[in-house]
Design a protein around this ligand. Structure first.
Ligand code: SIN
Length: 305
């Protein structure tokens, strides 16, 4: 039986006592998926994963997005594993120094969006004994439930357009990101995509607000001006303090989160000489909508009721 210690906040739980380098049994994976659906963010402390172990652990949730632009080194045999870090070697960042520093949900700009992120904390900055560089989350089930009933029924069945270029330009403009403007080639590889505005979560069956300020540019069924106003409202609504919770990192934590039911951002509250080093796998929703993948989860749920 999995030990799950809820954070006490609106998201998050710690799962002690597992070695993620060992493959999960079908039952253990089902228990972890259920806990993920319920708590949105799971922290596995005291992990020791090499690249292959992180990749294998991540692939239990779906296909890893790759190859990444941020390779650990040119000889890395697993280019789908990202490095998020402000660490420099020979004057150059070894990974992405600014990834995710504003509210978004990963890969909603893709036809098959993100399901899970798997982050492994190798170096966590500290100041005066306190850890810095937390990851903050917002709960989109609560955000959906917190919408006025009339708005929930008006927007039901509507769809939103997600475009990666919105976040890309925002990072350049607002956060002075060193990334160059997107090229036509990048644009043609990542054209805008459409997803439902409200999604039924495949694990919990609960409705969620599937909208994020990082990538959503339009509610397709509304006239442009009304769509802009509604998006401003939804973005402000979904980030209210009562829906938010921050994970405080410890070295050797593995943190996984459910993208479908959450928004997140990386908190850049550390200085250039306070080093943060995280290894990341971004896992796409290639499995979680498959009923056969979720069969053990359904069986567990049925056995518990
Ligand atoms: C991300 O957006 O995946 C990065 C989150 C973090 O670095 O805390």
């Amino acid at each position: 039986m999995l030990t799950v210690e809820p954070s006490g906040g609106v998201l998050g739980a710690t799962v002690p006592g597992l070695d993620l380098a060992e493959p999960f049994s079908e039952r253990l994976l089902a228990e972890v998926l259920l806990a993920l659906g319920k708590h949105g963010v799971l922290r596995f402390p005291d992990q020791h994963l090499d690249l292959l172990a992180q990749k294998r652990f991540s692939e239990q949730f779906g296909e890893i997005q790759g190859p990444s632009n941020h390779k650990i080194d040119p000889n890395n045999p697993y280019p789908e594993i990202d490095i998020l870090s402000n660490l420099k070697e020979n004057g150059r960042y070894i990974g992405a120094p600014d990834a995710g520093q504003d509210w978004h949900t990963d890969m909603t700009y893709r036809e098959v969006p993100g399901f899970v992120n798997v982050l492994y904390g190798l170096r966590i900055p500290h100041r005066d004994g306190k850890p810095l560089g937390g990851t903050e989350f917002a709960n989109m089930r609560l955000a959906y439930e917190g919408l006025p009933a009339e708005l929930r029924s008006r927007l039901d069945g509507m769809t939103a357009t997600h475009n990666i270029e919105k976040f890309w330009e925002h990072m350049r403009r607002v956060h002075n990101s060193p990334r160059p403007p997107m090229t036509d080639e990048q644009r043609s590889r990542r054209p805008p995509v459409v997803h439902p505005l409200f999604l039924t979560h495949p694990i919990t069956g609960e409705k969620i607000l599937y909208c994020n300020p990082g990538f959503v540019v339009r509610i397709n069924e509304l006239p442009e001006r009304e769509s802009d106003e509604m998006l401003d409202y939804l973005f402000a609504h979904q980030l209210q303090p009562q829906f938010r919770w921050t994970n405080v990192w410890a070295e050797n934590d593995v943190l996984i989160w459910d993208h479908l039911g959450t928004l997140h951002r990386a908190i850049a509250d550390y200085a250039p000489d306070e080093i943060r080093l995280i290894r990341r796998c971004q896992v796409r929703a290639t499995k979680v909508f498959d009923p056969e993948y979720l069969r053990p989860v359904r069986e567990l749920t049925a056995a518990a009721t």
